[in-house]
Design a protein around this ligand. Structure first.
Ligand code: NAP
Length: 476
């Protein structure tokens, strides 16, 4: 019997959709699931694609069914289960076989898995997959980390299943070991910021301007035809237009205002902090989800302090909707600039040589943050590959100059009205601090020297590093 081109373990939501996608693109695939009944169910529901699928009940049978060197996608619950599954697989594998973790792994776990296989003749790939269930089935964005040789073995299959942006496949090899999972983590961090900023604008419309979900949906629909065109704006338009089958009112109005999180946003913020790179919009978005979950505390505090006025200034001006659109655009630039800056530093620290234009390119379709905007980022980084930050590339500096005044007006008005806009504010103050040639850290250095004799450098470069403030300190 002709051997399968690839194997896949884990037939839950993501794995079964990915397996069908692989089969549909003409690749023969062997599948296995810990609970064998799920393998039967999956195979029985595969319809015409059955002929491309080899359902296996034992690991031995599964490994035998794949053409060596065997690429084996592990798409199961992240964390400990992946290590357990790898241990169960190992005795059956041979030289050059590649275990591919396609779940949402922490990239530090991915690096540890590479290390554990270092002295064996097996290899590993850490693969970030974005796009949820729909993406897995019809074309995800795929971020690959591993050796170039192992990438070559899987390139054809992965290219066939990835989303395509104007014909370009949204998959790439991004570097060694944890590179793919790191980039996926930052993708999710940016996704948190993007979603939070849209939610803050929604809050301005709902609470500051008294608009209904239907009205806001229509505005987002308009915005989706312009520079904010993106999957997240598109789904926001759709969810705001939906009717609750029970109350017959707006569906969104009936949803409890507590947002969940699975950890990738938090990992992005932690890694940014570890490397000393500001990712304030991402941090604000993670914190906003945490405060959203404190529903009881928020309600109790509202009883003590009362509701703020919430009203946007009436005299704001006739172009309010346009200003909000431009403000969201400016803030979005800030969040993406931060995400890319974190990846640039990680690339240096972990010696990955992450290709920034390629990352923007493979996020243009298939993933949750897919948008036209990412095409502009691709082009900006292609033209200015050594730019210190997205906002100083020639293309984006012009967009920032055009849009920041709107963000400033919107944030100012929202703060005056008592509307919480932490991610929008973070993006604005990030810009204000980043473009300030002379900041205020001179005072911090003086304070540090005062209480801890930490020393400072002088603007004039003179060899004089302590202030005239403590006993024993140098004096003028
Ligand atoms: P999941 O609910 O995270 O996990 C269920 C699968 O894991 C089942 O196949 C289960 O097998 C298997 N499993 C659990 N513990 C195991 C163990 N100790 N050994 C072997 N198999 C074990 O599945 P999912 O939602 O499809 O997600 C899979 C991965 O993709 C996760 O890392 C997830 O974070 C990531 N991801 C998910 C999404 C999404 O939208 N859902 C998007 C992107 C990435 P049994 O049937 O035997 O229980």
């Amino acid at each position: 019997m002709e051997k399968a081109e690839i194997g896949l373990i884990g037939l839950a939501v993501m794995g079964s959709n990915l397996a069908l996608n692989i089969a549909e693109k003409g690749n023969k695939i062997a599948v296995f699931n810990r609970t064998p009944e799920k393998t039967d169910e999956f195979y029985e529901s595969a319809g015409d694609l059955k002929k491309q699928i080899v359902p296996c009940k034992t690991i031995e049978e599964f490994v035998e069914a794949i053409r060596p060197p065997r690429p084996i996608i592990i798409m199961i619950k992240a964390g400990e289960p992946v290590d357990q599954q790898m241990e169960l697989l190992r005795p059956y594998l041979s030289k050059g076989d590649i275990m591919i973790d396609a779940g949402n792994a922490n990239f530090r776990d991915t690096i540890a898995r590479f290390d554990r296989l270092k002295d064996t003749d097996l290899t590993f790939i850490g693969m970030g997959v974005s796009g949820g269930e729909e993406g897995a089935r019809h074309g995800p964005s795929i971020m690959v980390g591993g050796t170039e040789d192992s990438w070559k073995r899987v390139e054809k299959v992965l290219t066939s299943i990835a989303a395509k942006y104007k014909g370009d496949p949204c998959v790439a090899w991004l570097g060694n070991d944890g590179a793919g999972h790191f980039v996926k983590t930052i993708h999710n961090g940016i996704e948190y910021a993007d979603m939070q900023m849209i939610a803050e604008i929604y809050g301005i419309f709902r609470d500051g301007l008294g608009k209904s979900s239907t009205d806001i949906s229509k505005i987002f629909g308009q915005w989706n035809k312009g520079r904010l065109n993106s999957y997240l704006i598109e789904i926001s338009e759709k969810v705001l237009a939906a009717t609750d089958p029970i109350s017959k009112g707006s569906m969104v109005d009936m949803i409890l205002d507590k947002a969940g999180q699975k950890g990738t946003g938090k990992w992005s913020a932690i890694e940014a902090q570890n490397m000393g790179i500001p990712a304030t919009a991402i941090e604000a978005a993670v914190a906003a989800r945490s405060i959203s979950s404190m529903k009881g505390e928020r309600e109790a505090a509202e009883k003590i302090f009362g509701k703020p006025e919430y009203k946007f200034p009436i005299a704001y001006g006739p172009d309010l909707d346009k200003d909000l659109e431009l403000a969201l655009f400016a803030a979005k630039i800030g969040a993406y600039a931060q995400g890319f800056a974190v990846m640039a530093e990680a690339s240096r620290e972990f010696k990955w040589s992450l290709p920034m234009p390629t990352i923007a390119k493979i996020w243009r379709d298939g993933c949750i943050i897919r948008s036209q905007f990412l095409d502009e980022i691709t082009s900006a980084f292609t033209k200015a590959p050594d730019a210190a930050n997205l906002i100083v590339t020639p293309a984006f500096s012009e967009m920032v100059k055009e849009s920041i005044p709107a963000l400033r007006r919107v944030v100012t008005a929202a703060l005056q009205a008592g509307l919480p806009v932490p991610a929008l504010t973070s993006a604005l103050t990030y810009f204000d601090a980043y473009r300030q040639g002379r900041g205020t850290a001179n005072l911090i250095q003086a304070q540090r020297d005062f209480f801890g004799a930490h020393g400072f450098d002088r603007l004039d470069g003179k060899d004089f590093h302590h202030g005239p403030w403590g006993s024993g300190a140098a004096t003028f």
